[in-house]
Write a protein that binds this ligand. Structure first.
Ligand code: NDP
Length: 333
C-alpha cells in the first residue's frame, strides 16, 4: 500500500516513517506540508519521492491507499475529512481535533465511507501496557481499586514551539498528554471514565496554555484514577500503578515512546518481575492498522477510541477551568 504523510513533523520523521516502512509492501510516496521549503527539505532528507503543499494533489493519486496525519492539531479535522472524502484509510494523530464535534464528524464520516480510521495512541501498543492489561484482566490483582498515572515529563527543547505557546494550534499539556492517559486508562480498565475533577497551571513553560495538570477521575466500577501530566518535570520519571484487592502492579518508566520500563507485581505471595515484549510501539500500531484496513481485526485504537480520549481531555480542561466536577459526555460513542 502507498501512503501519503500529511505534516512534515517530528513524530513522522522519528517514528512513523520507520513504522510504515517496516510493513512488507508499504511505501511512503507523498509528504504534504504547508511550507514549500520545508516539504522539499523533508522529502529529500527522508527519501520520500513526492512533495507537495497541495493536499488534493496527493489525495488524487489513485495509488495512495492510506493517509497518516501528523500536522498541528487544528489541521487534523479538515485534512482527515478531505482524505476520507477521497476514499483513503486514515491514521490520525491525537488529539483527533480541537473539539469533540470535529472528532465525531471525522469518525462518522469514515464509518459512512467504509474506510478504516485509526487514532495513533501508541501506549496501548506497547508490550508493557499490554502485559499490565493482561494481569488485570486475568484477575491477578482482584478487583481494581485505583490507578495512578505519573506522566509529568520535560518537553524536549526541539518541541517547545506550538505546544507551549499556541492555543490556536491545540497547544497545552491537556490535549497533548491527558488524551494519552485517558486512552491508557480505558485500555487497562476496560471502562470509560464517568466524571472528573481537575486543576491546571502554567509552571514555567506554558505561555497562554497550561503546562501542568492533575486530575481525579471516577470510573463506573467505583475505581478511582489519579493522573499527573506536565511538560516541566525533568527528573520525575513516569509510570503507572494499579492497585487491587489482591495485589498491586507497579509499572515504572512505561509512559514513553520506547519499549522500556519495568513491571513488578506484588501480591500476598511476594513480589515478582513481569516480563513483556520489547517490540517497537509504532510498528505495532501501524501493523494493527494495516491489518484492519485489509479486513482483519481493528486498529489498536480506532476512531471511537480517539473521540473518547479527546472527550476525557476536554472534560479535564473544563473541570480545571471551572473548578467544578464534570460528567463526561462521549458524543454518542
Ligand atoms: P512538530 O512541531 O514536529 O510538527 C507539527 C507541524 O509543525 C508540522 O506538520 C509542520 O507543518 C510544522 N513544523 C515542523 N517543523 C517546523 C519548523 N522547524 N518550523 C515551523 N513549523 C514546523 O510536531 P510533532 O511531531 O511533535 O506533533 C505532530 C502531531 O503528532 C501532533 O498532533 C501531536 O499531538 C502528535 N504527536 C503524537 C505522538 C504519539 O506518540 N502519538 C507523539 C508526538 C506527537 P507543515 O506540515 O505544514 O510543514
Amino acid at each position: 500500500m502507498h501512503w501519503a504523510f500529511v505534516g512534515a513533523s517530528t513524530i513522522a520523521a522519528q517514528h512513523m516513517l520507520n513504522a510504515v516502512r517496516r510493513q512488507p509492501g508499504h511505501i511512503v510516496t507523498w509528504i504534504v506540508s504547508n511550507s514549500p521549503d520545508r516539504v522539499q527539505t523533508w522529502a529529500a532528507e527522508h527519501d520520500v519521492p513526492n512533495a507537495t503543499t497541495d493536499l488534493q494533489q496527493a489525495l488524487t493519486d489513485p495509488s495512495v491507499g492510506a493517509v497518516y496525519i501528523s500536522s498541528t492539531n487544528e489541521k487534523h479535522h479538515a485534512q482527515a475529512m478531505a482524505a476520507i472524502a477521497a476514499g483513503k484509510h486514515v491514521l490520525c494523530e491525537k488529539p483527533l481535533g480541537m473539539t469533540q464535534d470535529e472528532a465525531v464528524e471525522m469518525v462518522r464520516a469514515a464509518q459512512d465511507a467504509g474506510v478504516t480510521f485509526g487514532t495513533n495512541h501508541h501506549l496501548r501498543c506497547s508490550g508493557s501496557h499490554r502485559a499490565v492489561r493482561e494481569l488485570i484482566a486475568s484477575g491477578r490483582i482482584g478487583k481494581v481499586l485505583s490507578l495512578r498515572i505519573h506522566h509529568a515529563v520535560h518537553l524536549p527543547d526541539n518541541l517547545q514551539g506550538w505546544r507551549i505557546n499556541s492555543a490556536d494550534a491545540g497547544g497545552g499539556v491537556i490535549p497533548d498528554i491527558v488524551v494519552h492517559d485517558a486512552d491508557v486508562t480505558r485500555f487497562l480498565l476496560q471502562e470509560d471514565p464517568a466524571s472528573v475533577v481537575a486543576q491546571m497551571t502554567s509552571s514555567g513553560m506554558g505561555q497562554g496554555v497550561e503546562d501542568s495538570c492533575m486530575s481525579v477521575w471516577s470510573m463506573p466500577s467505583g475505581a478511582m484514577v489519579m493522573t499527573h501530566e506536565s511538560f516541566t518535570h525533568p527528573f520525575a520519571g513516569s509510570g503507572l500503578e494499579v492497585h487491587g484487592t489482591e495485589g498491586s502492579i507497579f509499572a515504572k518508566g512505561v509512559m514513553t515512546q520506547r519499549p522500556v520500563g519495568e513491571i513488578t507485581l506484588v501480591t500476598e505471595a511476594g513480589s515478582e518481575d513481569v516480563p513483556f515484549s520489547d517490540h517497537d510501539l509504532y510498528v505495532q500500531g501501524v501493523s494493527d492498522f494495516v491489518a484492519a484496513a485489509s479486513g482483519q481485526g481493528r486498529p489498536a485504537a480506532d476512531g471511537p477510541d480517539g473521540v473518547k480520549s479527546l472527550s476525557v481531555a476536554l472534560s479535564v480542561r473544563e473541570a480545571a477551568a471551572t473548578g467544578q466536577r464534570v460528567n463526561i459526555n462521549y458524543g454518542g460513542f
